[in-house]
Design a protein around this ligand. Structure first.
Ligand SMILES: O=C(O)c1cc(C(=O)O)c2c(n1)C(=O)C(=O)c1cc(C(=O)O)[nH]c1-2
Length: 243
């Protein structure tokens, strides 16, 4: 098949899944260590502290996408994501639940929320995601969320691996992840249907695939930064959290 021919929607989906099989952060050495119970408590704390910035930025990212969607139907669908993360004022959303995780690991909440201890690599990778959805096409913005196709697998591995591997982690500490197992497939059903329907030229289909590669890369870059600072060579940048 030539590089200019339109792909059948199911073939596009197959190629998107192949991108995840190759590039998703489930394959990163830091995650193997995390899930295998082979990190120290300070290394797990460093992961939770840095990942907080990703969690806290997701609703800002989704608000940026929401503002660009052209119809009430699309905006209604996307609005749900913001509520999932920010909560609705009666039950906690994902950001608050992530702070339960950092509390449970013994990190000071004010310090976590201040973002003062972040690795520069975390900050730049997460900011790149928020900027991507602001400045690329709506199609690419929606496509960049599609790493969630692969997140239920990594979350299942993580929860079982961490409960088995660390005596300082409890099911309550990891409660962040439980709702994600139903929220992510719901998000994906919409986003995948959208890109399969709305990518109407091969060029747009290539943009969709590139958006997913970009997103896999920024998840990967966050773990590279953690590994370099806190595993080996253990070179913690100036200003970043020190155990
Ligand atoms: O635990 C993970 O490895 C993981 C990965 C991802 C992802 O693939 O982007 C998300 C999440 N978790 C997650 O909890 C989450 O809320 C989320 C939102 C998004 C997004 O791009 O809109 N990805 C992810």
């Amino acid at each position: 098949m030539s590089e200019t021919e339109l792909l059948a929607p199911d073939e596009l989906e197959r190629r998107l899944r192949a991108i995840g099989d190759e590039r998703y952060h489930i394959h990163h050495p830091f995650h193997h260590l995390l899930h295998g119970g082979r990190l120290t408590k300070p290394q797990v704390q460093a992961w939770a502290l840095n990942r907080y910035y990703y969690q806290a930025s997701i609703p800002a990212k989704d608000a940026a996408v929401l503002g660009r969607l052209p119809t009430p139907e699309l905006r209604r669908e996307w609005r749900r994501r913001i509520v999932d993360h920010d909560g609705d004022g009666t039950k906690p959303g994902g950001v608050e639940r992530w702070l339960k995780l950092t509390d449970g690991l013994g990190l000071d909440r004010d310090y976590v929320v201040s973002l003062r201890g972040l690795l520069p690599g975390t900050r730049h990778a997460v900011d790149a995601y928020v900027n991507f959805v602001k400045y690329r096409s709506v199609l690419e913005a929606v496509a960049s969320s599609l790493t969630e196709m692969f997140s239920p697998d990594i979350i299942s591995q993580r929860v079982s691996g961490m409960l088995r591997g660390y005596d300082f982690v409890s099911a309550e500490t990891l409660a962040y992840f439980t709702p994600r197992l139903t929220q992510a497939p719901q998000d994906v059903e919409f986003a995948l249907g959208y890109v399969k329907r709305e990518a109407r030229t091969r060029e747009e289909q290539e943009q969709v695939m590139d958006a997913l590669r970009f997103k896999c890369d920024l998840l990967w870059a966050q773990l590279d930064a953690l590994h370099y600072a806190y595993v080996e060579p253990g070179n913690i940048p100036p200003g970043a959290w020190r155990p």
